[in-house]
Design a protein around this ligand. Structure first.
Ligand code: ZN
Length: 211
């Protein structure tokens, strides 16, 4: 299996991108405007039936949000990724579904609209990979608050421009990111404009995480 070498890629606004990374590789996702929600998935590169699981990570960690220190486990309850740094507003959403064609129809859009679900499969196809299902995504940089009565409130994005999250692959992984193409609701900011993000593959571990 060939893994992505050290490099920097643009995650184009409203589109997806998948990478293959070897265990131990660091991946930094940067949000230049701070406003872009990025739906994220990870699969065991040697067994695509093992993937980052929102329901298992909520169960293992007893959390609704993802912050540094939360174990990002698979449906086999093994850590796939570790968050080494996070300069965003944190509290990354695990609860909302990746957008799909049906959501845009519900919102009144006529004709095709890009979606995070389609972006996942398009990005995997670019690597020659087909997965016959769409796992729930880890919604990085997406702000959704769980209220005391159990309802969910979709908030405006709260990260500063240039915020980033640094992840370490714990197994050989296929990782996919989708710059959410939502331009009808305000999940990507008040101006409803999807924007580019940046994926940086490979960098030295920060001093605190190197030991
Ligand atoms: Zn989306």
């Amino acid at each position: 299996m060939t893994f992505d070498a050290e490099r920097e890629l643009v995650l184009p606004a409203g589109h997806g991108r998948a990478i293959r990374v070897a265990a131990g590789t660091l991946v930094r996702l940067t949000n230049p405007w701070g406003t872009q929600a990025v739906d994220s998935w990870a699969f065991n590169a040697h067994d695509l039936g093992e993937f980052l699981s929102m329901d298992h990570l909520r169960s293992v960690n007893s959390v609704a949000y993802v912050d540094k220190g939360v174990k990002l486990v698979s449906n086999q309850r093994r850590p796939l990724l570790t968050i080494l740094e996070d300069t965003s507003a944190g509290r990354h959403d695990t609860l909302l579904c990746p957008c799909n064609a049906a959501i845009y129809r519900e919102l009144g859009h006529e004709g095709y609209h890009r979606s995070c679900s389609d972006n996942l499969h398009e990005a995997l196809a670019a690597l020659g990979i087909r997965v016959p299902f769409t796992p729930a995504a880890l919604n990085l940089f997406m702000s959704v608050r769980v209220e005391s009565d159990g309802t969910l409130t979709r908030l405006l994005p709260a990260s500063r421009p240039g915020a980033s999250i640094l992840l370490r692959a714990e197994l050989d992984l296929v990782i996919a990111f989708s710059s959410c193409p939502q331009d009808i609701t305000t999940i990507n900011g008040a101006d409803r404009t999807p924007r580019d993000c940046v994926i940086r593959i490979g960098e030295p571990a920060p001093a605190a995480a190197a030991a």
